[in-house]
Ligand binder design. Structure first.
Ligand SMILES: [Cu+2]
Length: 487
């Protein structure tokens, strides 16, 4: 399928390189003067193979020839140097998701980060923060091209070691959940009913009005996948996670999908959630199932006290059958891995918030209403925020921030889709979600349920252009983005 949009995105990407050279020449000069020093890490972007299973070896773009990309460990507050080589034919961007770093190294062209040129390299240097579980991934738009952006294998975990580690666990295991072999379809089958809260009538009516007004009566394209994996292996194809009875395992789970929402359960076990998006939660709590929107991370401790051979897997039977799971095998146990469907369970972020918490009042509240225009762009849904779809041509900032002020963003979702909302270079505190007030849960991605509202607060404490977007590649490429600038 060739669509004009694809060429447009390619051209706009090149235009952004040209415009970014001048404003960032100063930082380029700084980085080149440090070029004698050895980099802490080298990341090489290139086409490679992933053996999802012996009979399913796929070709995609990878970091250092592997999926997931290597775990990069940094020390909080200690400057790091990373050399990024791009062996592909297209300019790339490597985004340091969840870090509070300057715009020129954050890895988003909309913020002014220079591209890593095709067949070229760029050295970046930054002070990693805050401590916790972060990740890195490509930030190029994909549009109608399913061989680009987060549809590829360009994702890997980052762990920023805190100055002091509490560490009430025996070992750490990183799990990256990821789908491969994407294709477009009309309509999807995303789980919808697992988030706390109820749809708001007014938003349903607003959504219906948009449907009625739309020229196209059919829904736009959705993306589906053939293969599912954890740490680059389909269920049963890789080594099992070998555990001992009584062990406390700290799982760091990353949903590195381009747009899917994932769940994870381990029969007979509970997850004690200790951090969301790498940030410790005020109220650690035990849950039977983890739910992760696109780009979300959960750190959870599992006490291994139910010996057997189990499937740690997604609740979706079809996705699990196509690979979304990993076997957990207790020492001295063998046999076929067992899956037991957990009881239905609603995911409620407020559960992990302060017990009787009220967030500090904001200096300013900004409301954003999200509307979907069915199939308005060559068969793709177009997304608007307060009536405006983000335009790559103009990159016009929507919001002007003043440093030091506390902003409350109130999102009203007039669509039936779940949106994993992401703010770059800042973290935010959830203040209202699923119809409830909350405080203390600090994140950088949050799922907004269909026809619901949520509010989060953030302090404008990291000057520079800042991107806000839905983390679904398909939504962000077709309008669901906004740029914030500092006054
Ligand atoms: Cu979205």
């Amino acid at each position: 399928m060739t669509l004009p949009r694809r060429d447009f995105l390619r051209l706009s990407g090149l235009a952004a390189i040209a415009t970014s050279i001048e404003p960032w020449s100063k930082s380029m000069a700084q980085t080149s003067s440090a070029s004698d020093a050895k980099a802490d890490y080298t990341v090489r972007i290139a086409t490679g193979l992933v053996e999802l299973a012996p009979a399913h070896i796929i070709s995609t773009t990878l970091y250092n020839g592997q999926f997931p990309g290597p775990l990069l460990r940094f020390k909080e507050g200690q400057r790091a140097v990373v050399d990024i080589y791009n062996d592909t034919d297209i300019p790339e961007l490597l985004h340091w998701h969840g870090q509070m770093i300057p715009s020129d190294v954050d890895g988003a062209s909309e913020e002014g980060t220079p591209f890593v040129p095709a067949h070229g390299m760029r050295r970046v240097s930054f002070v990693p923060k805050p401590a916790g579980f972060r990740f890195y991934h490509t930030h190029v738009p994909a549009g109608a091209d399913l061989n680009r952006g987060t549809y590829t294998g360009q994702a890997g975990p980052v762990y920023i070691e805190p100055k002091n580690d509490p560490g009430a666990y025996d070992r750490e295991i990183f799990l990256t959940m990821k789908e491969f072999e994407p294709s477009f379809s009309r309509g999807g089958d995303m789980a919808m009913d697992f988030l706390a809260g109820e749809p708001i009538k007014e938003l349903q009516q607003r959504g219906k009005r948009a449907d009625d007004e739309a020229k196209e009566k059919s829904k736009g394209f959705e993306v589906g996948y053939e293969r599912f994996s954890i740490n680059g292996k389909m269920l049963g194809a890789g080594d099992p996670l070998r555990v001992k009875q009584g062990e406390r395992v700290l799982f760091h789970v990353l949903n590195a999908s381009a747009g899917e929402i994932r769940s994870l359960a381990l029969p007979g076990h509970v997850f004690r959630v200790v951090a969301l998006d790498g940030n410790p939660v005020p109220t650690p709590a035990e849950v039977p199932v983890l739910w992760l929107g696109t780009a979300e991370r959960i750190s959870a401790i599992v006490e291994m006290n139910y010996p057997g051979v189990w499937v740690l897997g997604d609740l979706d039977d079809d996705d699990r059958r196509h690979g979304m799971g990993i076997v957990v095998e207790y020492a001295g146990r063998s046999g076929k891995a067992q899956w037991v469907k957990p009881k239905s369970f609603r995911w409620d972020y407020a559960r992990f918030g302060k017990a009787a918490g009220q967030a500090a009042p904001p200096d300013e509240t900004i409301e954003m209403t999200i509307v979907k225009n069915n199939a308005a762009l060559n068969g793709f849904n177009q997304w608007t925020l307060n009536g405006e779809a983000f335009a790559m041509q103009t990159m016009k900032p929507m919001v002007t921030l003043r440093q030091g002020r506390r902003y409350r963003l109130k999102f009203r979702n007039a669509s039936d889709d779940i949106h994993p909302l992401h703010l770059h270079r800042h973290s935010f505190e959830l203040t209202q979600i699923g119809g409830k007030s909350t405080a203390g849960v600090t994140k950088d991605v949050v799922m907004l349920a269909g026809f619901q509202e949520l509010s989060f607060d953030f302090v404008a404490d990291n000057p520079g252009l800042t991107l806000f977007h839905c983390h679904q590649q398909l939504h962000m490429d077709f309008g669901f983005m906004a740029l914030f600038k500092y006054a």
